[in-house]
Design a protein around this ligand. Structure first.
Ligand code: C2E
Ligand code: MG
Ligand code: MG
Length: 564
């Protein structure tokens, strides 16, 4: 059994003698004891890894020392030696982080040995748990929680020592493409290698954290000049871009780094993080590996894409998304038979932002799955509300992007949403694009069949624009085709469009599918579509997407118009 070093801190020589003797009687011999009268440099003494346990005689400064030890997350258990067992004192000592206590005059050998053994084991276990919960499981680097704590301590040290600290926000370029091309195991390997390389470049006081799928952050302490930050960041970029072997391929990745400096850009975690992220987004707009240090002159133009990307990360949590609903009209009787849920971002400064402006960015930033589930749940809630309003015959269609659809949890989460909201799933339709389903028709069929069993039906959106392998369509549980508005916009005058439209409609009829024409804006377009037996139309001619609470009135008005 390896020897455990116990440090005894007391002004009383009698304590040194009693405890040293009692520890010396342990069988087997396992304690090495050192004694000190006071703590001149308390943190250094407590932090000293050579000590396995500290016995600290209670004195006026004990509370302060315990708090200091807790604040620095010192891994050594502290056992306090007191004169008398007073419950309130013991309570207080424990609340300050004391591991246990000993009472003078009541120290038996067995008890002392056991307390020290237990305290060391318990402290180790606690320390390990805290390390694990602060650690990213894939790379062993800190996770966001651990990183937040580290930044807090780094900021305190920087204030105390009057030096600066810096936060680097590192984003690997093109990570999604690597994941897609070589598979997720290859992506994981890449992240592990990069994490190791970053750790090798950091100094002892610095720390590396993984804060997103392909994002890392590093705290640099003891910074004396901005140039140092840039130099270190460049070193990190060059180590990242060394060749990595992934799935037997030699890859060289680039990365973008944004940096913020404490205290210049803030002393709070959130401020430093936001500034570093904004600088990173700016760096990303420059091709290749680039470093940007946040600076006022660099402050993002609030109208820029980069600033939009930063806001997008918080939009879901801040409740800034809304759904509008565009009516789908049955041409035979001009009544509303469905609604397409279309997302809008109600941006505090820019007003309503349309999906084409932010969805591609959300896909790139890996936010689409979260947003997508939110949309499904809102659409389900909308269905329930419509039923309460007496409109339970109206179906609600939701757009599902490729990345959402290929999430392996997709079916389970959709099932959960159906159960949670109690929605009648037969009234939900998912709109998929040709590209989503036809990239891997077998896999798509598997997922679609499972969802079909839950009651959900499918339409093929933007039909005609993808790389239609039409032969697969009949194998899939699809009930409707939505002809893209690029084939409708110049009807009936444009012969090309008219020809394609008629061919697509004939194809749909052949497969017994409902045809919905999108983007009809004029009476002539609607007449042409009606004449060629298109089933349904969705377009500005009838209505743009409207808020949910305007739907019942629109349905009413439409019925009145039809009747007259
Ligand atoms: P989409 O699914 O093809 O939706 C139809 C788009 O055409 C909507 O644009 C709609 O407002 C627009 N539109 C409808 N009628 C007319 C018309 O008569 N004239 C013109 N010029 N446009 C018309 P929006 O809302 O901007 O959505 C654009 C695309 O964004 C959608 O195309 C869809 O692919 C995507 N999207 C919207 N919401 C969501 C969502 O919740 N999830 C996902 N994954 N994608 C969404
Ligand atoms: Mg759609
Ligand atoms: Mg469409």
């Amino acid at each position: 059994m390896s020897s455990k070093n116990v440090l005894i801190i007391s002004e009383l020589q009698a304590d040194h003698h009693t405890l040293t003797a009692a520890l010396g009687r342990a069988v087997p011999q396992r304690f090495t004891v050192s004694c000190a009268n006071t703590l001149e440099r308390p943190v250094e003494a407590l932090i000293d890894k050579a000590n396995d346990a500290v016995i600290l005689a209670y004195a006026p400064e004990t509370d302060y020392l315990l708090r200091l030890a807790a604040k620095h997350d010192i891994p050594t258990p502290i056992i306090v030696l007191i004169d008398k067992h007073t419950p309130s004192l013991v309570e207080k000592l424990k609340s300050f982080g004391a591991m246990d206590f000993l009472v003078r005059g009541q120290i038996h050998d067995d008890l002392l040995h056991r307390i020290i053994d237990y305290s060391i084991d318990l402290k180790h276990a606690n320390h390990k748990i805290s390390l694990l919960s602060n650690q990213d499981t894939l790379t062993g680097a800190l996770n966001r929680t651990g990183f937040r704590a580290h930044i807090r301590r780094a900021v305190e040290r920087s204030e105390r020592n009057n030096v600066k600290a810096a936060l680097l926000y590192i984003d690997i370029d093109g990570f999604n493409a690597i994941n897609e091309q070589y598979g997720e195991a290859a992506g994981d390997h890449l992240v592990q290698v990069i994490s190791k390389r970053l750790a090798a470049k950091k100094r002892n006081t610095d720390s590396v954290a993984r804060i997103g799928a392909d994002q890392f952050a590093v705290v640099l302490e003891d910074i004396h000049a901005e140039e140092n930050v840039e130099m270190i960041a460049r070193k990190m970029l060059s180590t990242i871009s060394e060749v990595i072997t992934v799935a037997d391929q030699q890859l060289a990745v680039t990365a973008s780094i944004g940096a913020s400096i404490c205290p210049d850009h803030g002393t709070q975690y959130e401020d430093l993080f936001d500034c570093a992220e904004k600088a990173m987004v700016q760096a990303k707009s420059v091709p290749g590996s680039t470093v940007f240090i946040y600076a006022d002159k660099l402050q993002l133009n609030p109208a820029s894409q980069a600033s939009l990307a930063v806001d997008l990360r918080h939009a879901l949590r801040r409740g800034q998304f809304v759904l509008h609903f565009q009516p789908q009209i049955e041409l035979q009787n001009h009544t509303v038979v469905g609604l397409e849920a279309l997302i809008r971002w109600d941006h505090p400064e820019r007003g309503m932002v349309r999906p084409d402006e932010f969805l591609p960015m959300a896909e790139d930033m890996g936010l689409m799955q979260g947003i997508g589930y939110w949309v499904i749940e809102q659409a389900a809630t909308a269905c329930n509300w419509l039923a309460q309003e007496g409109l339970d015959h109206i179906e609600v269609a939701v757009n599902i992007s490729f990345n959402q659809f290929r999430d392996e949890k997709f079916t389970d989460v959709v099932r959960e949403i159906i159960n949670k909201t109690g929605v009648d799933a037969n009234r939900l339709e998912f709109e998929l694009t040709e590209t989503s389903v036809l990239r891997n028709p077998k896999e798509a069929k598997h997922v679609m069949d499972a969802l079909r069993d839950l009651g959900i039906c499918f339409s093929l959106d933007d039909f005609g624009t993808g790389y239609s392998q039409l032969s697969h369509i009949s194998d899939l549980p699809i009930t409707a085709l939505k002809i893209d508005q690029s084939f409708v916009s110049e009807l009936p005058g444009n012969k090309n469009q008219a020809g394609i439209c008629m061919a697509l409609m004939a194809f749909a009829r052949e497969l017994d599918l409902t045809v919905v024409a999108e983007g009809a804006e004029t009476q002539e377009q609607v007449q042409f579509l009606t004449a060629h037996l298109c089933h349904q139309v969705q377009g500005y001619f009838y209505s743009p997407a409207i808020p949910l609470d305007s739907v019942p009135r629109f349905v009413q008005e439409q019925m009145v118009q039809t009747a007259t």
